[in-house]
Write a protein that binds this ligand. Structure first.
Ligand code: 2DT
Ligand code: MG
Length: 188
């Protein structure tokens, strides 16, 4: 069908919510159902910018807070031409984190100094601790106030299969709806 485009599906949430597992399963299920679907993730650590981010996240290097925020943003922008091309070709993209993680994780830093004094770090990577994730979750809640985006909240405490079934059903609807919306709306 002419003009038929793919949907941009973003999975957001705190660390260990199951986004990566669900993203992979979703792409497989959509492809099995006859859609063209591909997986993307951010940060995408394979590019030059992505390598800087990976090193920062693994605590192998230090980057000033504003600068690292811009590097995360640049890491998405360097993929926007590819994203637009795929969507316009009719490929549905399932994205494991996008700009909402950028806002949520940077804003969660703003009260870090006071909290960090009280709590120990217990993750391997930067940001992997309970108090930081809690603030990021609060920020995701605020971002969901934007009703121009089609947010759906999925209860990730259930089994992998139950969560997958719900996400897959939601995405089938989204793919149908996306076909009737022009691509330009995504970047205005
Ligand atoms: P993964 O564990 O999903 O690889 O993420 N992050 C992510 C930011 O701080 N800003 C961003 O713009 C993005 C996309 C969230 C690694 C960490 O990177 C954080 C967790
Ligand atoms: Mg992680």
């Amino acid at each position: 069908m002419a003009g038929r485009r793919g949907a941009l599906i973003v999975l957001e949430g705190v660390d260990r919510a199951g986004k990566s597992t669900q993203s992979r399963k979703l792409v497989s299920a959509l492809c099995a159902a006859g859609h063209r679907a591909e997986l993307l993730r951010f940060p995408e650590r394979s590019t030059e910018i992505g390598k800087l981010l990976s090193s920062y996240l693994e605590k192998k290097s230090e980057v000033e807070d504003h600068s690292v925020h811009l590097l995360f943003s640049a890491n998405r922008w360097e993929h926007v031409p590819l994203i637009k091309e795929k969507l316009s070709q009719g490929v549905t993209l399932v994205v494991d984190r996008y700009a909402f993680s950028g806002v949520a994780f940077t804003s969660a830093k703003e009260v870090r100094l006071a909290e960090a004094a009280k709590r120990g770090e217990f993750g391997h990577e930067r940001y992997e601790n309970g108090s930081f994730q809690k603030r990021a979750l609060q920020s995701f809640g605020q971002l969901m106030g934007d009703k121009t985006l089609n947010w759906r909240v999925v209860d990730a405490s259930r089994s992998i299969e139950d969560v997958h079934k719900e996400i897959h059903e939601l995405c089938e609807d989204t793919i149908q709806a996306a076909m009737h919306r022009p691509l330009e709306e995504l970047w205005t």
